[in-house]
Design a protein around this ligand. Sequence first.
Ligand SMILES: NC(=O)C1=CN([C@@H]2O[C@H](COP(=O)(O)OP(=O)(O)OC[C@H]3O[C@@H](n4cnc5c(N)ncnc54)[C@H](OP(=O)(O)O)[C@@H]3O)[C@@H](O)[C@H]2O)[C@@H](O)CC1
Ligand SMILES: Nc1ncnc2c1ncn2[C@@H]1O[C@H](COP(=O)(O)OP(=O)(O)O)[C@@H](O)[C@H]1O
Ligand SMILES: [K+]
Length: 497
Amino acid sequence: MTKILTTDQIRALDAYVIKHEPIASIDLMERASQQFVDWLEDNAGDAHCYGIVCGTGNNGGDGLAIARLLVELDYDVKVWIVEGGKPSADFEINRARLPEKVEVHMITGTPAPGIFDWCTLLVDALFGSGLSRPLEGIYADVIDCINAAEALCVAVDIPSGLRADGPSQGAIVRATDTISFQVPKLAFFFASSARYIGDWHTVNIVPWNLCEDFFEKTETDHHVVDNVYHLKKHREKFSHKGTYGHALLVAGSYGKMGAAILAARALLRAGVGLLTIHTPARGYAILQQAVPEAMVSIDPLEDYASALPSSDGYSVIGIGPGLGQADVTVKMMHKILEAYRKPMVIDADALNILAAHRELLSLVPPGSILTPHPKEFERLAGKTANEFERLEKQKALARQLRSVVVVKGAYSSIASPEGVVYFNTTGNPGMATGGTGDVLTGILTGLLAQSYPSLDAAILGVYLHGLAGDLAAHKLGVDSLIASDLIRYLPAAFRKI
Ligand SMILES: NC(=O)C1=CN([C@@H]2O[C@H](COP(=O)(O)OP(=O)(O)OC[C@H]3O[C@@H](n4cnc5c(N)ncnc54)[C@H](OP(=O)(O)O)[C@@H]3O)[C@@H](O)[C@H]2O)[C@@H](O)CC1
Ligand SMILES: Nc1ncnc2c1ncn2[C@@H]1O[C@H](COP(=O)(O)OP(=O)(O)O)[C@@H](O)[C@H]1O
Ligand SMILES: [K+]
């Protein structure tokens, strides 16, 4: 897992490397700039007119080094420096190193419109992690020109004006790509930053062993899930279906039986030993046909679930997809929560019932996994002004319920009962289609049934769900992806890890 560091921690990491490698800060800047240029060469080598827009701090120092390295590669390069603030020492060294033939323009007042028309690619090196307040005045004018230019824009470390650790105000560069040094920033994981960051990439500037040492010493609440191989259990040679748990899926209602089918199929593909689906009577024939591997428990009511058989004997209950919120179902949910003390997976309408009947929240069994999408989360935890605030509320809810709370999205965030958050990196916009959440509920229920610890189940399950989506999209494209495709590609996702 990669740790997501705060701006202060990144500064401390740089200082740690400078001291312990040891390396002079100007040489670390050179390494960072070289990595940036290598990325440009690999990914944008056909853009020949490079405009480098620099501030006078170390981010601008990177920009000047990048300009020199591009000139050495025979690209056409022009530099713009926005005056203001005391230049940093490494900025000055790189200014002195710039070859004389490079055109350098000082920007001292409002820039003329079209100032960057010559460029096919702009490098945004105005401000990096040293940003201490919103950008305005001449900086905002320059950013307007960058954003109006037709050129691609690649940001050094972070788009200028965007705060790494909190909500941003003022002018912000809209980059097509952002090259972050060593670690991604927290803001990269939020939908509200996407229009500024474009696609983000990290490049390594810290030797592997020093990075490990520093991570070990550094506490953070935020991690990136980049590998789940170590979480996966192996199936024993002499195991039998009893080894892998018996799940009870409570899902589906009149008009929404498909949700139950999707969750059930995913649950089976996630490796559960036995599955029983509790269904309103009308769903009986449909489920027996669509999911022959599952047993079916039939509700006395035709259209809604109202009464469960004894929940004894089930290793886990997954509840919510397509369930509806009929009064009888709310009562049933109350009874389940009073009787059942093992972890549950709670999704969709089961979450909406919790939000509308808040007295039920205290009955959620510890170690459960709740999987709200942002709207469901808002119903549960209230409105928030921005995603940083939402993240704090997510941690608080997970602590309060002593459960795992997964807020679903492009980077689903998984909060542990201790309030530590893991951002998932698999998945794609093809998954923004009805039913994919039901598939996730099935996968998570299947993993909990097999006695995975709740946090492991959530991290592994969310990762596999996104990976199945990525493998499906690779074959089918994102536009045509449907939820059933995720189930079809789940076996390949398991194999891949
Ligand atoms: N050796 C290393 O550590 C490495 C560092 N690296 C690079 O350094 C970058 C960080 O550099 P940095 O700390 O110099 O910060 P940077 O973003 O250039 O700006 C600082 C200046 O801006 C000023 N300022 C802030 N906000 C402002 C505003 N709204 N309006 C106006 N001014 C404002 C601020 O002034 P102050 O807040 O003190 O008033 C200060 O003078 C990092 O992102 C990476 O690119 C890499 O080379 C790897 C090795
Ligand atoms: N743009 C996206 N990139 C990656 N994953 C996405 C994206 N949009 C949606 N998803 C994933 O798809 C699922 C959607 O779940 P949900 O909103 O509950 O859908 P439904 O209720 O229709 O089943 C979540 O797991 C979410 O993380
Ligand atoms: K920048």
